[in-house]
Design a protein around this ligand. Structure first.
Ligand SMILES: Nc1ncnc2c1ncn2[C@@H]1O[C@H](COP(=O)(O)OP(=O)(O)OP(=O)(O)O)[C@@H](O)[C@H]1O
Ligand SMILES: [Mg+2]
Length: 244
């Protein structure tokens, strides 16, 4: 087991639980998708898994470690990507990459080759010395992905990895995630795009109003709800569990 989330709750203010008693676990080498509408609590849950936010109650175990006690070890084990992370606008892909490579203590002699390889994969090379502020949304996202995985973490937590990307760039990213899975890495991603969840995830957890209401593979959820396809299954599950 790579990740275990046990009865996790998050309350920001008042009585409302933004994340309401969520439990699930993810095996090594699999892709787990959190699927839910805007405001369902996906980002909140992922920030807690990434130890950036403390649960109000409940426990999170990552590999042999427990959050928040082992935050330092957990940071080395995870790569976190969120739509809210902003790259320094006046820096460049090259400078940022080198900065994070040193931060994660990648041996100096490897950095140059690794950077070349990562930049070539994502088509960043021609933009390597341009300022972040002058890059397109997709290029910034690809730089963020390369940087978030610089330390080759076994657990990858991607909050809406294809947010704002065109279909070509999305495919580049999803193909890469499948490649990482084939290497035995574990991936947790959030999305509100059910086709993405269906094509990529071994298991999908449906999050409605902070509750994990159902989980399984797209095929299982489709069958369980007697639906024609996963899209119909998602709507059925959502309307059954969403309270006005
Ligand atoms: N720091 C905060 N303080 C108070 N409320 C917050 C905070 N962050 C998020 N919320 C609220 O918690 C709820 C869940 O937000 P969250 O960002 O986790 O949802 P999400 O599923 O990621 O949505 P989206 O698909 O729009 O990204 C929302 O109602 C949001 O307004
Ligand atoms: Mg979000």
């Amino acid at each position: 087991m790579m990740l275990e989330v046990v009865n996790v709750c998050k309350r920001y203010t008042g009585d409302k639980l933004t994340v309401d008693n969520v439990s699930f676990s993810v095996d090594k080498g699999t892709i787990y998708g959190l699927l839910g509408p805007n405001g369902a609590g996906k980002t909140t849950l992922m920030q807690m898994i990434a130890t950036l936010l403390k649960p109000t109650s409940g426990d999170i175990y990552i590999g042999p470690y427990k959050a928040p006690k082992d935050t330092l070890q957990i940071h080395k084990m995870i790569g976190f990507l969120t739509t809210e992370v902003k790259l320094d606008p006046i820096s460049t892909p090259n400078k940022l990459y080198n900065f994070f490579a040193e931060l994660y203590e990648i041996p100096k002699q490897y950095i140059k080759d690794k950077r070349q390889q990562d930049f070539d994969r994502f088509g960043i090379t021609p933009f390597a010395d341009k300022r972040i502020v002058d890059l397109s949304t997709g290029m910034k996202q690809k730089v963020s992905i390369a940087i978030s995985l610089i330390h080759e973490p076994p657990l990858i937590i991607f909050d809406e990895p294809t947010n704002g990307l065109d279909i070509l760039t999305s495919k580049l990213v999803t193909d890469y995630l499948l490649e990482l899975k084939a290497q035995g890495r574990t991936i947790i991603l959030s999305t509100h795009i059910f086709s993405l969840a269906e094509s990529l995830c071994d298991e999908i957890g449906i999050l409605v109003d902070g509750k994990l209401v159902l989980s399984g593979s797209a095929a299982e959820l489709t069958e369980y709800t007697n639906s024609k396809n996963f899209e119909e299954a998602f709507f059925k599950i959502y309307s059954e569990h969403h309270k006005e």
